[in-house]
Every structure is written in C-alpha cells, then in structure tokens.
Design a protein around this ligand. Structure first.
Ligand SMILES: [Zn+2]
Length: 288
C-alpha cells in the first residue's frame, strides 16, 4: 500500500510523518535502466517528497531538483498537493557511489510552485551530511530553524521514509530534553530495518513507550501525470511554424516523457488536427 501517516507526540512536543510505497515503483523507477546506486538515490528522493509535503499548508507542486557535473547529471522528484509523486534521473550508464559521490559538487534545490499563481520559491539545499536525508535535516535546521530527523530507505519493491520534527520551543512540552529523548530512540532505526518493515511496526518498535497520536493515513500515488493532452499542449507551445518544419523534416513527432518513459506519437494528421482545434477553440492559441 502507498500511504502517508502523520503523527504527534502530545507529551513530548514533537511531530512526524512516515511514508510507505509498495506499488508503482517499477513503473516509475524502472522506465529506464538506472544503475542501482542512482535508483536508490532516486527512490530516497521519492520518499522525501511526501515527508516534505506533510505538516505544511502549502498548496501546489514541490520539487527536489539536482543538477550535477559528474556521472549523475540530473535528478528530479516532484509531489503535487494530491500527494502524487514522480521522479526521474539522467546519468551515465556507469554512475555509481554513495550520496557524496553522486551529488557532490552539484546543486540541489527545493522548488515550490504555488497552485494559485503566487511567486515560485526556490531554496538551495547544501549537499552535506553524507546522505540525502541528512542534507534535508540540515536544510530544516538552518532555513526553517526546526530540528528534524529523517531516514529514507529503498528496499526490494519498497520505498520508506520517516521524519521527526520538534515543535517550536514555547509550544506545549517542546523542550531540548524531550527532543533528545526522541532523537535517541530514532537513532536506533537503521536504513535496512526501515526498508524491510511496514510503517505501523516501525512506529511501534521505536516509540512503544511513548504517547503517540497517529492520524488517519492518506493515500499517496507513485505515478506520472503526463497524458496525451499535456504533451499536445507542449507541442502547440512550440508554435505552428516549428511544428510544420518538424513534420516536413521527420514526418511525425515522437515524444518520450522524461519521467515515466511513456512514448507519444503524433502523426502529421494529428498535428493538423491539433492546430485546427487550437484555432477553433477559444482559450487555446498557438504562437505563430
Ligand atoms: Zn510520464
């Protein structure tokens, strides 16, 4: 099952979220033959997205975007307000190594695109701490001033993630001592254990002695949001002249979704039909 569950420690002044993906992993991460280390890192980025979206009121799209100079050239994971997640990477066939080897020297950013047309917001995440989870912990600690602990794990057919956050000091029961207590419990959780275990069992094992309020889990989806209509809109945005030139040269458009690898074919007749529809339908237009 794919789901996100938020939880609260009412007596310790902290909250958290745990996410589990068991479905759609091969369809999303298997669309390209990613090397194992890249697949693991991409899976971790996918796990991070619902955790970043949990406990926020943000409405829109959140993306974790990496650009590198080495064997891993690009990695993107996105989540919509509907908790639909997708991810992709571009890398050399021989890309391998840990977080620092793959991402060191590159740029990692968190992009927020609000649904209601407000300004986009981008923040840089320092590549430090030895793992993607540690880098995101640093990001929360420095930019948001919230102590956080995160684990991201990818196993055989499973993606898991968990985050703990201290509530701001001054809120009930939020204190350095309570946070240290939770951090000590959290530190016993290894990546392999997280990858191999369901969320309910993890929470029980880690926090069985604490009062934990678990909220109703919400479904998350690991699926691309591309479709023929969105690809058609993208084609129309190229402009009529460009479309005609491409058709004259190649006879057709073959468009491959960069995320899921799905292929879309538009013949010359399809393109004519798109242009005709764009001309006759108010609200859609092409550039000339
Ligand atoms: Zn797609």
């Amino acid at each position: 099952m794919n789901q996100l569950a938020e939880f609260l420690f009412p007596e310790l002044g902290a909250r958290g979220a745990i996410v589990e993906f068991d479905e759609g992993i091969d369809a999303m991460l298997g669309s390209r033959p990613y090397p194992p280390d890249v697949r693991r890192l991409l899976g971790q980025a996918v796990a991070a997205m619902p955790l970043l979206a949990a406990n926020t009121k943000f409405e829109g799209r959140m993306s974790l975007q990496f650009q590198g100079q080495g064997a891993l050239r690009m990695l993107v994971a996105q989540i919509e307000s509907s908790l639909q997640v997708r991810g992709m990477a571009k890398c050399d066939a021989g890309a391998q190594g840990n977080f620092e080897a793959l991402m060191g020297g590159g740029l990692l950013g968190l992009l927020l695109e609000p649904a209601r047309g407000e300004q986009n917001y981008q923040a840089m995440v320092a590549i430090e701490g030895g793992s993607l989870a540690a880098a995101l912990e640093h990001y929360y600690a420095h930019s948001e001033q919230i102590p956080s602990l995160m684990r991201l794990a990818v196993g055989d057919g499973r993606i898991r993630g968990i985050v703990l956050q201290r509530l701001p000091l001054g809120e009930k029961h939020s204190s350095p001592a309570n946070w240290e207590h939770l951090a000590a419990l959290f530190a016993t959780l290894g990546e392999d254990e997280l990858a191999a275990t369901d969320a309910a069992t993890i929470l029980r094992r880690l926090f069985h002695a604490e009062t934990l309020r678990l909220f109703e889990p919400r479904p998350v989806h690991l699926a691309c949001r591309c479709n023929r209509r969105s690809i058609a809109t993208m084609l129309l945005s190229l402009g009529e002249n460009e479309l005609h030139e491409h058709i004259a040269e190649h006879g057709r458009f073959d468009v491959t979704c960069e995320f899921c690898g799905r292929q879309y074919l538009f013949t010359a007749a399809d393109v004519d039909e798109l242009l005709l529809a764009a001309r006759t339908q108010p609200g859609t237009s092409t550039r000339h």
